[in-house]
Design a protein around this ligand. Structure first.
Ligand code: ARG
Ligand code: ZN
Length: 860
């Protein structure tokens, strides 16, 4: 069942031109496709087309009915064909009952498609692989009253009415594309229109389609699109290439969004935003996803992937591009911390699990399972390392060369590396190991100091532990940003000048830096700005960590030092050794607040105690309840001991009328982080009510709710019911409320979850609702999900078995926390594995769940 990267074969046939005619009907949509097919090379094979869930009505070759074909569950094999011919197929599909939301589906009165990775084969028989590029012309027919808007890729070239109340539109896309970029939409929308003129003077029509009545909530997305277009021209010299760019927001969508050529389809969560209904984080996400999909037009669409093992070619690169864009639009520091949190909380965990894979996977059963934090986020870290190693100018040259070589082609990660290699003397051969080796490298830092000679050695050794998919690991090529200080904050340089511009290369198992004439043991500050996706083991004392916070050059390192300090403190609590967290440490933390009180951005990050998930990364066989308790106790002490300075800080954080500017965002974030501590210290009910009452924006309303959750149950309940009343009409906003309920730690959480599922706004077919309730619980309700009697695991499993029959893609995402069983103490492991066994033994299990669950059960 598994496909292997090494088994790639070029296609036996290709399709150059596609004409499609789609007669939309809820349960019986008729698709007529005509292909110009061409044999590739010298062979006598039949033509094998992919298909899934299709009813075949007609086959014609060169205009004549044709009968020499065979059908299987997943293909149509057409025998004895010529080298060049035209093939016409008529198939029927049922969009209304398509609840997997893959292919063409009808939900909430809107037809739309999702074809990546292999959804086009649910629309018609085709060579559904990314290395077959064709020009598409698509005619849509639909009821004029219910579906006044009929969209497909490219430009509209003709339209008209039929005399039965239906109408039609023909769309032509001049750019050859793989089928996964195909899209169509039919519905009744509000339209926001705008235009953009590229640097070279080309006018582009911009159209954003949203649900009726949501116009105002689309304005920010449209503005974001224009910023992204400008940024890509300024930064990479890349302009848009069609006359029209369309974005459609839909409520039923499995993922975030999709970069279909000229016709992006978005989960409405990443389009709709206004001050009342969206948090600062929502605004940020809208801008970043809009940019991500736009940037795909070059990195993904113009240059696409040869096969799906190369997914990171477009995703790693496009995530890196959207990260750079967001950093430019907002702030580099908070963006970098965001990326690092994703890497540490999710990617490192994935790499240590049964699903471990390199950013370019070797083996896949269900491609949908490989849209992972490894392919996306670690992939982006690898691109970032190219950028770090080459510098921005050379990186840009390499990108130019990549487009010069490969525009219009379907290529591999090796092709990308080769383009980069062509602009640098650095040998990228070793570096490219990042594409094939999975697992998280650990850099261990050891020091030796001789007070007699005043010499100091700092040794860095790297190792990568074996992973589920790969036993043998080699040393990686890593850029290591490095700084070295003493306890008074003086900076030191190494004797041999191995550190250049604050960076050295670690490309062997170990490397030592030498320092002479040093008065005291120095403090190594390693991996500034997270220069490589690695873990660092650098055993610094609490005092040294505070010195790093105070004196290091790199702000990321400063933040990271405090995170390590919190982790260490919580560990003392786990050991019931609270006294080790002594007065000097509390004073040090107090000084962090008082000295940096003007720096809201830094404090907003530094006053966040590491999450349970992050803490799991530095522990093994986690005793969930014990760690959760230790963390809560530390949070309580933190809030109480630092109450004075926190309260003082809070008073300076009056944020005024809502503005979405970086200064205001930083202040709000800091304010809400501090509010949470104040609530944790107790006695903040008045403050919580007041903030909720007076908030003129969603960030502060939600900030009050989150601070009340877990600290002030009665305030929480009363604010939650007010929130529900206020937002009952808007399910997308109510998802925040669903999520808060689902993550509340309480003994009757399972009956709460059942109540939430009875809620009139809950819809089991809507992925956003399911993720808000079941996903939030499984991922973030530590005490509930890991209840010692296994009831949390059982609840999630019961739900997933039902969901899998309807929407396997979403089920396979939510099963992830269960597949992490190996992180937890033996009692938890047994209970988790018992539920995984239940899933594995379930009749009619999807390939999506099968792949993840069977791997997880076979682990270790
Ligand atoms: N290409 C899309 C994006 O990253 C995501 C598609 C995800 N597809 C899937 N089958 N999970 O923008
Ligand atoms: Zn993408």
């Amino acid at each position: 069942q598994a496909k292997k990267r090494a088994d790639y074969l070029p296609p036996a046939f290709t399709i150059n031109d596609v004409k499609m005619d789609v007669q939309l009907h809820p349960t019986c949509t008729r698709v007529t496709s005509e292909y110009q097919v061409e044999r590739m090379g010298n062979h006598g094979h039949a033509l094998t087309l992919d298909g899934d869930n299709l009813t075949l009505r007609e086959v014609c070759i060169d205009g004549q009915p044709y009968t020499d074909y065979e059908q299987t569950d997943s293909s149509l094999v057409i025998c004895n064909v010529a080298d060049d011919f035209s093939l016409k197929l008529v198939t029927e599909i049922d969009p209304e009952h398509n609840q997997a939301l893959e292919g063409l589906y009808l939900s909430a009165g809107t037809y739309c498609t999702q074809c990546e990775a292999e959804g086009f084969r649910r629309i018609t028989y085709y060579l559904d692989r990314p290395d077959v590029l064709a020009r598409f012309e698509v005619t849509l027919h639909g009821d004029k009253q219910h579906y006044p808007t009929l969209l497909a890729n490219g430009n509209p070239i003709a339209r008209g009415d039929h005399d039965d109340g239906t109408h039609w539109v023909t769309w032509q896309d001049p750019h050859p594309k793989p089928a996964y970029l195909f899209a169509l939409v039919a519905g009744d929308f509000d339209l926001l229109e705008d235009s953009y003129t590229t640097t070279s003077g080309k006018p582009v029509k911009l159209e954003l389609y949203v649900d009726k009545g949501k116009r105002d909530q689309g304005v920010f997305a449209l503005e974001s699109l224009k910023r992204a277009m400008k940024w890509d021209e300024d930064t990479f010299g890349l302009e848009y290439d069609l006359d029209i760019y369309m974005i459609v927001a839909v409520d039923f969508f499995n993922m975030g969004a999709m970069e279909n050529k000229g016709l992006n389809i978005f989960n409405s969560k990443f389009v709709l935003a206004d001050q009342d209904s969206a948090t600062d984080e929502d605004f940020f996400n809208v801008e970043s996803v809009i940019a991500h999909e736009y940037f795909h037009n070059w990195t993904g669409n113009r240059v696409t992937c040869r096969d799906w093992f190369q997914l990171s070619l477009k995703e790693g690169l496009t995530v890196f591009r959207d990260q750079q864009f967001s950093a430019d639009m907002t702030s580099p520091l908070s963006n970098r911390i965001k990326h690092v949190r994703v890497m540490r909380e999710h990617q490192f965990a994935e790499d240590a699990s049964a699903m471990s894979h390199p950013i370019r996977p070797e083996e896949v059963i269900e491609m949908n399972n490989f849209y992972t934090v490894t392919v996306y986020d670690k992939g982006a870290e690898v691109i970032r390392m190219f950028h770090t190693l080459l510098g921005p100018e050379k990186f840009r040259e390499g990108m130019d060369e990549y487009f010069r070589r490969h525009d219009g082609q379907a290529v591999t990660c090796d092709d990308f590396v080769a383009a980069m290699q062509s602009v640098t003397d650095l040998n990228l051969g070793h570096f490219a190991l990042w594409y094939s080796q999975s697992g998280t490298p650990v850099i261990e830092v050891t020091t030796s100091y001789d007070p007699q000679t005043r010499r100091m050695d700092i040794t860095f050794s790297q190792h990568t532990a074996p992973t589920a998919d790969q036993k043998d690991k080699a040393s990686l090529f890593m850029p290591v940003a490095f700084d070295c200080i003493d306890s008074a904050g003086n900076h030191y340089t190494d004797d041999d000048g191995q550190v250049r511009d604050g960076m050295f290369i670690l490309d062997t198992a170990a490397k030592t830096l030498h320092f002479s004439d040093v008065p005291e043991p120095l403090i190594p500050v390693v991996l500034g700005n997270f220069s490589a996706p690695a873990k660092v083991e650098n055993s610094l004392s609490a005092e040294q960590l505070l010195a790093v916070f105070q004196y290091a050059n790199d702000t990321f390192n400063r933040w990271d030092a405090l995170q390590s300090l919190y982790d260490w403190c919580i560990h003392q609590y786990e050991l019931e050794n609270q006294a080790a967290v002594d007065a000097t440490i509390w004073q040090g933390l107090e000084q962090v607040i008082t000295r940096e009180s003007h720096n809201h951005e830094l404090l907003g990050e530094c006053l966040v105690i590491p999450s349970f998930e992050t803490l799991c990364q530095s522990r093994q066989l986690v005793e969930v309840a014990a760690l959760n308790t230790a963390r809560s106790q530390f949070c309580r002490d933190f809030a109480q001991r630092l109450h004075g300075p926190l309260e003082t800080l809070f008073k300076t954080l009056e944020t005024g009328p809502y503005q979405y500017t970086q200064t205001a965002i930083n202040a709000r974030r800091c304010r809400n982080v501090v509010l949470n501590h104040l609530a944790c210290a107790g006695d903040a009910d008045k403050l919580l009510n007041q903030q909720f009452e007076q908030a003129d924006n969603m960030t502060d309303s939600l900030g009050a709710l989150k601070a009340a959750q877990g600290h002030s149950p009665s305030v929480f309940e009363s604010l939650m019911s007010r929130f529900e009343q206020r937002w009952n009409h808007d399910p997308l906003v109510l998802d925040k409320w669903f999520g808060l309920h689902a993550t509340t730690e309480r003994t009757d959480i399972l009956s709460q979850l059942s109540l939430l599922q009875q809620h009139p706004r809950f819809a089991k077919g809507n992925p956003n609702r399911v993720r808000a309730v079941i996903g939030s619980f499984a991922f973030f309700n530590t005490a509930g999900f890991h209840a010692p009697d296994g009831s949390g695991y059982q609840f999630v499993t019961d739900y997933l078995l039902k969901l899998d029959a309807v929407n396997p893609q979403v089920a396979a995402r939510i099963v992830t926390p269960l597949t992490q069983w190996h992180n937890f103490a033996p009692d938890y492991q047994l209970l988790m594995k018992a539920q995984l066994e239940r899933i594995a033994n379930h009749k009619g299990l999807s390939g999506d769940l099968y792949e993840k669950v069977s791997k997880s059960l076979a682990f270790k």
